[in-house]
Design a protein around this ligand. Structure first.
Ligand SMILES: Cc1cc2nc3c(=O)[nH]c(=O)nc-3n(C[C@H](O)[C@H](O)[C@H](O)COP(=O)(O)OP(=O)(O)OC[C@H]3O[C@@H](n4cnc5c(N)ncnc54)[C@H](O)[C@@H]3O)c2cc1C
Length: 615
């Protein structure tokens, strides 16, 4: 065991939120001694992170910048263990994500505030979302930031995305069109829209928090230890005084060295929805029974730690397309030589000021935050109506699903190789089912016990019922999105291996096609057997949307809360959590933006606590 000199503040985890908080504090008070301890590697100027279109290949090739969490097999998913990847590198999720820009609905943050969290409502947090971003040129609604560190790209280049919006305009006049579905008003939900991207327009680089809050600072008092995994928090009595970590840094002579490092003012856990509750449990903060099972000395009995796991349920449904369709297939699935052509163009363009081409793209340019209309609610039927009435009906800014085209095939089926495909993606914005994550051992490298709860309802040790409302919205959206897809000019049929297994002769049978059906074509009529095939398909296929949150919930302690509204862990001193694990309930959006918001808010709170001005 070795010791090192004290820091003022230590961050356990150097992901999306940590970079925002540490960067803001360091910029406001350059004398503050900050240490960030990150399990993964540095990402500064690393091409596979900064070149946007690389993201899919990073994910499927199982790169070293992810932790691939393996969940427990579940009946609801046909006994399948879901794999839930999370970013593992400086910048965390922001350095590996799909760069799709979306903001939570105002009512999501008001829901957070209503759980005794004064200062966490939409009126408080939307200004912080604006503080984090730059949208240039600004859209007319003035609901975006114009001088924040995180840069956004607008505009549609792809014929596939244009086709999607053209079908919407011709077929679904009721829902309409907006230039900006993230203008934080209910009027922009259930309306088709172009989709912004977390890509810097001037240089075609990913807009992550590592480069835009941390790597751009020249400050020797802000140190980052990469390749180091925090095992537990160190306490003197009930006061957090530091952390113990294991170093795997290539420069460390004694690999596996266990190091203690001390913070004189604050320890912040920022290891994400899986990492932060695990560190708490290994430190003796969690449910008493669990701590006892693992022979961990109990510091605080806090049964909410690791509970309240939330995510979204994702489907990626592929369609054949034309040889002239604008897709990223060559970068997603091509050979190294094919990819190099795109990389060379991206690099060359810097010098010549030219367009950077496909490498500067994320392939997501249009979509809708979808709500069912009256006719759709009839189709959705009684299994969804209770949930609709209770949760959605009076909150018109809450979407039920997100739907939009991804300009590529996002699967691994060899039969798709060499072909051109696009995907219609959809995910459930607020699944009724939730889950949990807990440690299985005191070893920080051991797998966690994760029950994400996808499609599970009324789950206890004896009984599991597949959530009828979650299945109903997925079934409805498969049909809805297929009607959109088959009218797009770029449509050339379904990629059948990744659609439901409809019986031969069914009106819903899938396969290649010569072209789209007319806009006015009748919708496909599905039989009861077809519906069953769709349900089986969803149970066999749905996955994480990589939007894990909620496992150290900011709620009252007697409601399974873990942190208070100033992000302090209940029952101890000098210990906060700052990442998406603190979200008390789900948000109807991709979650990078909420991580930025939590980061900006945490920076303000910590600056107030430490007496730092100018954050
Ligand atoms: C593949 C993928 C695609 C996504 N696509 C989008 C998208 O298009 N749009 C969008 O809005 N959102 C997207 N997201 C979600 C978004 O990126 C995340 O919600 C967000 O980054 C989470 O931020 P966080 O700070 O809570 O955690 P993270 O950014 O995950 O940071 C946690 C960090 O802690 C580190 N850590 C964990 N345990 C330890 C330990 N014991 N010791 C030291 N370090 C530790 C991890 O390595 C990680 O770097 C995506 C996420 C992923 C993974």
């Amino acid at each position: 065991m070795s010791q090192s000199p004290p820091y003022d503040v230590i961050f356990a985890g150097g992901g999306t939120t940590a970079c925002v908080v540490a960067g803001r504090l360091a910029a406001a008070d350059p004398s503050l001694k900050i240490l960030i301890i990150e399990a993964g590697k540095h990402t500064k100027d690393v091409s596979t992170h900064i070149q946007p279109a690389r993201y899919f290949r990073n994910l499927v090739t199982g790169g070293d910048t992810f932790t691939f969490h393996v969940a427990k097999p579940s009946d609801a998913l046909g006994n399948r263990p879901c794999i839930i990847p999370a970013g593992k590198c400086v910048g965390g999720g922001s350095a590996v994500n799909f760069m799709m820009y979306t903001r939570a609905s105002p009512s999501d943050y008001d829901d957070w505030e209503s759980l005794s969290n004064a200062g966490w409502g939409a009126k408080d947090l939307i200004p912080l979302a604006n503080k984090a971003e730059t949208l240039e040129p600004p859209v007319k609604n003035h609901h975006h930031g114009t001088s924040g560190p995180i840069k956004l790209t607008q505009g549609i280049q792809s014929n596939v995305a244009k086709d999607f919006l053209a079908v919407a305009a011709a077929r679904d006049k009721e829902r309409g069109f907006t230039e900006d579905t993230n203008d934080i008003s209910a009027a922009s939900v259930n309306v088709y829209s172009p989709w912004f991207k977390y890509i810097t327009p001037e240089n075609g680089r990913r807009s992550d928090t590592a480069h835009h809050y941390i790597y751009n600072l020249q400050n020797e008092n802000l140190q980052i230890l990469a390749h180091c995994r925090v095992k537990r928090v160190l306490f003197e009595g009930d006061k957090a005084v530091g952390v113990e970590y294991i170093s795997h840094a290539p420069e460390t002579e004694d690999k596996e060295a266990v190091v203690k490092v001390y913070a004189s003012r604050l320890v912040v856990l920022s290891s994400g929805a899986f990492g932060s509750p695990a560190i708490l449990e290994r430190s003796g903060i969690g449910a008493a029974d669990l701590l006892k099972t693992h022979n961990i000395n109990q510091i605080v009995n806090l049964p909410g730690v690791g509970e309240n796991y939330n995510d979204h349920n994702l489907m990626m449904v592929p369609y054949h397309t034309t040889s002239t369709a604008f897709t990223l297939d060559e970068i997603f699935h091509g050979t190294d030589e094919e990819i190099k052509v795109h990389e060379d163009r991206w690099l060359r363009a810097d010098a010549k000021g030219e367009d950077k081409g496909l490498m500067a793209h994320n392939g997501i340019e249009a979509g809708i935050k979808l709500r069912p209309n009256a006719k759709d609610l009839e189709v959705l039927g009684p299994s969804f109506s209770k949930r609709w009435e209770k949760f959605f009906a009076n909150k018109p800014d809450k979407p039920v699903m997100w739907v939009g085209p991804l300009l590529a095939y996002a699967g691994a089926n060899a039969a798709a190789k060499g072909g051109k495909l696009y995907t219609l993606g959809y995910y459930t914005e607020y699944p009724a089912s939730t889950g949990r994550t807990h440690i299985n051992s005191t070893d920080p490298y051991a797998n966690l016990v994760i029950e994400p709860g996808f499609l599970d309802k009324f789950r206890d040790v004896h009984f599991c019922q597949v959530s009828p409302e979650d299945l109903a919205v997925l079934r409805w959206t498969y049909k809805w999105s297929r009607e959109m897809a088959r009218r797009m000019d770029s449509y050339r049929g379904e990629f059948a291996p990744e659609h439901p297994n409809f019986a031969a002769g069914s009106a819903a049978a899938c396969g290649p096609a010569d072209g789209p059906v007319p806009i006015s074509a009748p919708d496909i009529v599905y039989s009861a057997a077809d519906d069953e095939a769709i349900d089986q398909y969803h149970r066999a296929t749905i996955s994480t949307t990589w939007h894990s949150l909620g496992t150290c919930a900011m709620k009252p302690r007697n409601q399974n809360g873990v942190v208070d509204p100033r992000l302090n862990v209940y029952g101890v001193q000098n210990l906060k959590v700052a990442d998406l694990s603190i979200a008390p309930s789900n948000v109807g959006a991709n979650t990078y933006n909420s991580a930025l918001v939590v980061g900006e808010k945490a920076a303000v709170i910590i600056a107030e606590d430490l007496g730092i001005k100018g954050v």
